[in-house]
Write a protein that binds this ligand. Structure first.
Ligand SMILES: NC(=O)c1ccc[n+]([C@@H]2O[C@H](COP(=O)([O-])OP(=O)(O)OC[C@H]3O[C@@H](n4cnc5c(N)ncnc54)[C@H](O)[C@@H]3O)[C@@H](O)[C@H]2O)c1
Length: 336
């Protein structure tokens, strides 16, 4: 496969695409890209409070938003005739899964079975690209982490996300649906939830920097490989375009891994040197579910698709800050 491949506009023109969780951070990024490629896009989103979904995230994308909850809605009519489904809806908070494991399970696992059944009826041939997570590997036993790494979920969210992914893979093996699952690392970029740290720690860091307040760095030596929104979106598009991806699970990383202390310094530098952080010990309840250092081995996905990340961290951080700077206030309000 050619290295550094781009999504093919000829593939997407006129395609009927459904994006679950389409008003969220990654889902809306996909909707914007798909609109620009000429696809006909429907976003399904329940706009649940405490998550990344916002109606305004879809403004200018051309996507139609259907406000519906995967746990209870009649999904078949929305899915009818879909060529491709990007399955991005999820309960994403790790601490939230420990506080309310039943909602986490209902969204990340049980609702996936509803979606699978509805899709069998409404769009038997649709390709599914499922948003999975590196979270369920738990504390890395070796770095970088490849797909053969043991699964040892550190929290309930890891259990429910693994179950959800595996339901989809069974659907491929038993019913032959083309399904590919991408196990994402930490992603960041425009439309990330920045009101708090529920989506990821970088959200609250961005908020504090733009408010001129110090942000907290817990620990600081742990390594992460952050992926910029546009690179994640390209990965999803290429996964759907590549028939050889069907039936496979892939890790998806980002830029080279770095210590969070270095990331904090880079964020301040990307804000023109304005901003500061204080280093704190992890709160005990967060320490208990933290995965420590992580770096993805995503050579399998690169080999299968020709994907490579293009946006280096300093540039991605600068672009993200530039996006939020004039929009801080609306992004501090919850889903609407
Ligand atoms: N952002 C990351 O760093 C990251 C990392 C690993 C995995 N992922 C995965 O990527 C996917 C997208 O994450 P995101 O960061 O864009 O989160 P997000 O919160 O911005 O988007 C998820 C969306 O799903 C919607 N949703 C949740 N439950 C729903 C339901 N029952 N019915 C309909 N809609 C529902 C929410 O309203 C929200 O808009 C998720 O599956 C997540 O687990 C994200």
């Amino acid at each position: 496969m050619t290295a550094d491949r781009h999504p093919d506009p000829a593939f997407w023109a006129g395609k009927r695409v459904v994006v679950t969780g389409g008003a969220g951070f990654l889902g809306s990024g996909l909707c914007h890209a798909l609109g620009a490629l000429g696809a006909r896009v429907t976003a399904i989103d329940a706009l649940l409070p405490g998550m990344g979904g916002r109606r305004a995230n879809l403004e200018g994308s051309g996507a139609e938003l259907v406000v519906a909850d995967l746990r209870e809605a009649d999904l078949a009519p929305v899915l009818a005739g879909a060529d491709i489904v990007f399955n991005m809806a999820a309960q994403i908070s790790h601490a939230g899964s420990m506080a309310d494991p039943f909602s986490d399970l209902a969204i990340n696992a049980t609702a996936q079975l509803r979606l699978i059944a509805a899709l069998r009826e409404a769009a038997p041939g649709a390709v599914v690209v499922h948003a999975s997570t590196r979270q369920f590997y738990g504390r890395a036993q070796r770095l970088p982490v490849d797909e053969a790494h043991p699964v040892v979920p550190p929290d309930f969210n890891g259990v429910s996300k693994f179950a959800g992914e595996q339901y989809w893979m069974v659907e491929h093996r038993v019913h032959g649906r083309p399904v590919v699952s991408l196990r994402l690392t930490n992603c960041y970029g425009p439309r990330l939830r920045i009101a708090d740290a529920r989506q990821m720690f970088l959200g609250i860091w961005i908020r504090r920097v733009l408010e001129g307040e110090p942000f907290e760095l817990w620990g600081g030596e742990q390594m992460r490989d952050l992926a910029y929104l546009d690179d994640v979106v390209s990965a999803f598009l290429l996964a759907a375009e590549t028939p050889g991806c069907a039936g496979r699970v892939f890790n998806l990383g980002g830029d080279a891994p770095l210590a969070l202390r270095r990331l904090a310094e880079m964020l301040v530098a990307a804000n023109g040197g304005q901003g500061r952080f204080v280093v704190r010990e992890f709160p005990p309840e967060r320490r208990a579910i933290d995965i420590g250092s992580y770096a993805a081995d995503d050579t399998a996905f690169r080999a299968a698709t020709g994907w490579a990340p293009r946006v280096p961290l300093p540039e991605g951080l600068a672009r993200t800050l530039a996006f939020f700077r004039p929009r801080l206030t609306p992004f501090l309000q919850d889903a609407a």
